[in-house]
Ligand binder design. Structure first.
Ligand code: SF4
Length: 474
């Protein structure tokens, strides 16, 4: 049987921190599946190799060889990749092999695919949401003798997503579930598309979401979800309707989502409703608890109310049932290394399940002209926010009066070591671990370093990945 496809997509997760390189996660992303469905509707043949960063070069060859021929384009989803040579080496080696043997063209997708151009010797880049760009690209690369029905423009509101047979979703697997795109806010450092939208814009029809949840339950027994929505609780009515819909399901679900802490504070009854309907993982972008920095990014709530409300939210409103994660940024205006450590120690003292501090990324348009989206920070890094870019050959290495990019990276490594020893696993990864049969209570009760080094976890991961591999090879 000829199984050669027009587009073979590699999708996987890799960590930017050396401290997290060994923390492997069987975590499936939804973007490639949406792209694949869009192309299949137009007559193209598409296969996805998920969890690609968890496989050796030999595994990747074994999984992919039969799908690749002279005309195959290799796609790589870079959304959850980091430029970490350790975790990308097998994948880049496999891509280089196919490029040299078949002269395959390489297409990179994701929010900033340009970051990976050199690693994969890319021929094409599609930055950002690609459902309305991918057909044009495949049609233009090679006008094959296949029927290419050009569909009307794709819209998130009417998306009735289904996982394809060839995705080999495993029984009981935690799945991403897309609710909406964009956000009603417009934080100055945010690089997401569709920020500043109106309430209700770019949100899926709730009946389609409900159908997808029921379908997934009947077909895969899935009850755990990673909610894909830049800010899940940005609209009171949306969340009321969501809770009503979850109540109507004939089974219970658990879900994790990005939420705005200030809105959970303002609508505390709704926060209780979210918890009651299964919110067991809230990822909160606190960013800074210092008033100057918080004001500069439009999140002054974090500095004025954060310390008072977050313990109340986690221990009382969420009743200690949720793996709530606080995100901080290293390098905002006025923030120092000491501030970052103070917040992490505060989190530890207040039994916050997990926190993370990541370096600020600034990519000004004049230094990064091929990026597709720029934040206000990117656009006004020097004139408004006081950053400097002193290294012509290394434009990402910003400096401010308070901290440098290099110091932020070193701090990231140190804080990650502290975090993995003192907090449980990150929210999204914890939900990925539910696929392996773990319970959130198991994960909450142990540091992530102990959790990942435990043979129960490593054996379960290996068995799970082997099951996925066998499904593709069968
Ligand atoms: S940082 Fe979060 S809240 Fe702010 S605009 Fe981006 S998605 Fe919205």
């Amino acid at each position: 049987m000829n199984e050669v496809v027009d587009l073979l997509i590699f999708s996987g997760i890799s960590s930017g921190s050396e401290s997290l390189a060994g923390f492997v996660k069987p975590w499936r992303s939804i973007g490639p599946s949406k792209i694949a469905n869009r192309l299949r509707q137009a007559g193209y043949r598409v296969q996805i190799i998920n969890f690609a960063t968890l496989f050796s070069y030999e595994d990747l060859r074994q999984l992919s060889d039969r799908f690749i021929g002279d005309q195959t384009i290799i796609g790589i989803s870079t959304t959850f990749l980091s430029n970490n040579t350790l975790t990308l080496s097998s994948l880049s080696q496999a891509v280089a092999f196919y490029k040299s043997k078949f002269s395959c063209k390489v297409l990179l997708g994701g929010p900033s695919p340009g970051l990976f151009s050199k690693v994969f010797s890319a021929d094409f880049l599609i930055a950002g949401y690609a459902e309305n760009k991918i057909l044009e690209l495949l049609n233009s690369v090679n006008n094959r003798m296949i029927v290419k029905k050009i569909n009307p423009s794709w819209e998130i509101n009417s998306c009735s997503h289904r996982w394809h047979e060839s995705d080999h979703v495993q029984p009981g697997e935690t799945l991403p579930l897309e609710i909406g795109r964009g956000c009603i806010f417009k934080c100055s450092y945010c690089k997401f598309e569709m920020t500043g939208k109106k309430k209700g814009e770019y949100v899926r029809d709730l009946s389609l979401i409900k159908d997808e949840i029921i379908f997934n339950y009947e077909k895969y027994k899935t009850t755990n979800y990673m909610i894909m929505d830049d800010t899940f609780n940005d609209d009171f009515t949306k969340i009321e309707n969501w809770c009503r819909m979850v109540d109507e399901l004939p089974f219970k679900i658990q879900y994790a989502a990005y939420c705005r802490a200030d809105l959970l504070h303002r609508y505390q009854d709704l926060a209780r409703e979210l918890s009651r309907t299964g919110l067991r993982g809230a990822v909160l972008g606190i960013e800074s608890m210092n008033s100057k920095a918080a004001l500069s990014i439009g999140k002054s709530w974090s500095a004025t109310k954060g310390k008072e409300f977050l313990p109340e939210l986690i221990h009382n409103i969420f009743d200690k049932k949720s793996i709530t994660q606080l995100n901080f940024i290293i390098g905002l205006p006025g923030d120092t290394e000491k501030n970052i450590w103070d917040w992490l120690f505060w989190c530890k003292d207040n039994e916050i399940p997990v926190a993370v501090a990541q370096p600020l990324s600034i990519r000004p348009p004049k230094l990064f002209p091929t990026d597709s989206v720029y934040s206000d920070f990117d656009k006004h890094a020097e004139d408004v926010y006081g950053y400097r870019f002193p290294y012509a050959g290394r434009p990402h290495m910003w400096e401010s009066d308070d901290i440098t990019w290099m110091a932020a990276q070193k701090l990231y490594k140190k804080t990650t070591d502290y975090i993995t020893n003192n907090f449980c696993d990150f929210t999204w990864s914890s939900f990925a671990s539910l696929s392996l049969g773990f319970e959130l209570e198991d994960i909450k009760g142990t540091s992530s370093k102990n959790f990942y080094s435990n043979s129960l976890y490593t054996n379960a991961t290996e068995a799970w990945i082997n099951a996925y591999k066998s499904s593709i090879l069968s």
